[in-house]
Design a protein. Sequence first.
Length: 342
Amino acid sequence: MTALSGATVAITGGTGSFGSTMAQHLLRKDVSAVHILSRDEAKQDEMRSRLDEPRLKFFLGDVRDIQSVENAFAGVDYAFHAAALKQVPSCEFFPDQAVKTNVDGSANVIRAAHKLGVASVVCLSTDKAVYPVNAMGMSKALMEKTAQAFARNHPESHTTVSVTRYGNVMYSRGSVIPLFVRQLREGRPMTVTDGTMTRFLMSLQESVDLVEHAFFNAEPGDLFVKKAPACTVETLARATAKVLGFEDPAIVNIGVRHGEKLYETLLSREEMAKATDQGDYFRVPLDARSLQYSVYVDQGDSEAREAKDFDSNNTDQLSIDQAAELIADLPEMQNVVTELNQ
């Protein structure tokens, strides 16, 4: 991590699950300072007290306001853009708010980074941006297009803008595992929308590793995904129960909710046709054709015909025991197990 030693790094949405984990990761890498931009003063106060780290600098603001972004990016070498509206229901009910934060806010982050000479910006996206069926995924897809358009239209920029896309982060705020844990501890049935639904699985640390990989390997406009495993939602529920020592838990199917898919896709087949294999990751380079519209109209690509999507149905499928092993390694789950055993 020599490139980060002594650097000043900014994280938008820095008080969220990813942002907090990334901040602690950076502090261990001997950075000079970490600028945390977020709009929640209560979370900032909690994080400030919990970490008690003088290299953390907190900036109260919103990515919708470019001036607050510029304030946080002053003197910054690198930035990680994690601020977003992420909950599917809230974005369904208020899609205009999703656009303001996820699209317009991301444009502000990129503009501010370009203006202030930030060397690299890694933008965090989601599998829901591929073949999106809900407003959250649609707004994230437009965030990706905004980042890629900047890279295409500003080849002279000293700012490298790249995108990472990942699936469900286990035990992140609002994810399903904490719900399963709460239901088990309260003696209630575990609720799943559809037991056959499949989802990618990734830990917070693996999401940090993915972003770090993008930081060190990106060319402008690159997209990166991790080759994550998956399992059915029922397998995930039973694995969670197994880790906590609950045998044969009661599971109730409540039906697929509005805006949900039966499985998620990390890369479309069109993207897989262009992707390069980097071991644990796929890299999809920017389509860097110029603004000559005729190139888009007259030139096609036959490779996509042979490719397949990379989705949660055709990636490695985990058994209950394998999923339980992953879940048991989560620090949050280890804390729950310790509490139950006291």
